[in-house]
Write a protein that binds this ligand. Structure first.
Ligand SMILES: [Zn+2]
Length: 341
């Protein structure tokens, strides 16, 4: 018998009467009903379906059937599938699985996979081992986006079944299964295809990730500081300097490539912390003007927070320590290119 440890065990009457199975599939559902008590629903005398697991939006896991017992939720796959019901609020498209639900789904899938030797991969057919979702075979032309003409499915008697909905199907493929199989990117890792192109005025987590990368204030709003950092980063990476972070620049954020090779002898290298009060004022101002223009900013005598951001962007792009300090290394690299080593 197979019961998952550390979860609520609330067996249905069918747990004693359904036949023994050796499951090879895991099929995920959504309840499409707000505030439903699924164990109570499955107990109703006029309801002849049941599921092995129930995961609420708060992430609480209830096991209602031993996974060696058949649960009737998947038509022809009833004798091969472990079924997982998930709570929604009646709008599974508008409200994706919560973070707690995702964590619990990952736990259940990992446990079921290791207990029954089920591979954590998408089922290649309706009878192949693996993980799937209820409507998987209902829309053969576009099973993820549920588009096209529905066909009769071996996993449901209802024509045009959409369970668990496009949003949750995407979450299953993009988040839950990679986490369960251990192939997910680390949380701050580079998953390029999920990143939007960001530019002046953009907001959100991609902008924030970029700001963290440049070690500038990470309010998630792409303003003058972020733009300054992006431009000098692009310059140092040999990209076209447009201040827009699209696939090419994101690619370099993940994997910096070229080394800055500017060669100029117009200015002598000068070791100075431009934010230090020790330089002579006129000298400081002249150098700051030069520095700002080298950082692609107006030639102002003030080393502003935007200059600081631009310095950090350059340091990132040139592979230097990112501290916003224009010392010997940054100054030398900016004016003479990276030292050979
Ligand atoms: Zn379903």
């Amino acid at each position: 018998m197979a019961r998952m440890p550390g979860v609520v065990w609330d067996p249905l009457p069918e747990n004693r009467t359904e036949p023994y199975i050796n499951p090879s599939q895991i099929i995920v559902h959504t309840a499409v009903d707000g505030n439903v008590n699924i164990p109570a629903y499955f107990r109703r005398r006029d309801v002849f379906v049941e599921s092995h697991f129930w995961i609420t939006r708060s992430g609480r896991i209830t096991q209602m059937m031993d996974t060696h017992r058949q649960a009737d939720a998947n038509y022809r796959a009833n004798n091969s599938a472990i079924s997982i019901e998930t709570e929604d609020d009646g709008d599974p498209e508008g409200n994706p699985w919560t973070y707690a639900q995702i964590q619990s789904l990952v736990r259940v899938i990992k446990w079921a996979a290791s207990t029954h030797g089920i591979p954590i991969q998408r089922c290649r057919s309706s009878t192949a081992p693996g993980v799937g979702w209820h409507s998987m075979w209902s829309y053969p032309t576009d099973p993820i986006n549920l588009r096209g003409r529905p066909v009769p499915s071996p996993w449901t008697t209802a024509l045009g079944k959409t369970c668990p909905g496009r949003t949750r199907i995407r979450q299953l493929i993009d988040v839950v299964m990679p986490l369960a199989s251990g192939t997910a990117d680390p949380p701050d890792g580079g998953d390029d295809e999920n990143r939007d192109t960001v530019r002046d005025g953009s907001r959100g987590s991609d902008v924030q990730a970029l700001q963290k990368f440049f070690k500038i204030p990470d309010d998630g709003i792409f303003g003058a500081m972020t733009e300054a950092a992006v431009k000098t980063f692009q310059m140092a990476q040999g990209l076209s300097v447009d201040g827009i972070v699209g696939p090419k620049t994101w690619g370099r954020v993940d994997e910096p490539k070229s080394v800055y090779t500017k060669q100029t002898s117009q200015y002598l290298p000068y070791t100075i912390w431009l934010r230090s009060p020790y330089a002579y004022r006129s000298q400081y101002q002249a150098l700051t003007r030069i520095l700002n223009s080298e950082l692609l900013l107006p030639a102002s005598p003030v080393f502003s927070e935007i200059s600081d951001a631009a310095t950090r962007g350059f340091q990132r792009g040139a592979g230097l320590t990112v501290d916003g300090m224009v010392g010997r290394q940054t100054w030398g690299t900016l004016f003479f290119g990276a030292p050979d080593d």
